[in-house]
Design a protein around this ligand. Sequence first.
Ligand code: FE2
Length: 198
Amino acid sequence: MAFSLPDLPYPHDALAPHMSRETLEYHHDKHHAAYVNALNSLIKGTEWEGLGLEEVVTGSFGKNVPLFNNASQDLNHTYFWKWMTPKGGGPVPGRLEKQIISDFGSVEKLTADFVAAGVGQFGSGWCWLAVENGKLAVTKTPNGESPLVHGAVPILGCDVWEHSYYIDYRNRRPDYLKAFLEHLVNWEYVDDLFDKAT
Ligand code: FE2
């Protein structure tokens, strides 16, 4: 069965002013759609046809670069829309907060590390909060790569491709990352993923 573009979980203007309608119209309706279309075309006749998206991502990594890039970007973006919510940001739920304090010292240290990872990713890519060997870790990856292919479970990721912020923030990637954490992150959903991963 072909993969399909998931709907945004909120209207296109719901994240404004931190992420505009225009950004979501391009990012979701055009960029994400292009990944899904390319994935459906590239997977035909391969050994991964018919598998679930996560299996395609982990199976094709290092074996079929174009297929991996598009499959992983489909998966990353499918999560990315859910990692944001109107009126997001705010306090981190209790059990996750406790683990963050245990692994980073404070929520402020985690957010500083997360911004530094996003700013430090040279060129296109993602920064992540992932569960790795039972502990939380902040990482960054190039292009469409995900912590999944390195044996970790991503529970939060931020797209730092220019298509994610250039309309609203131009070259100010740090401001975009700060707005993402302060106003957009759906910590309840991150907490759900943390529960499932631990
Ligand atoms: Fe993107």
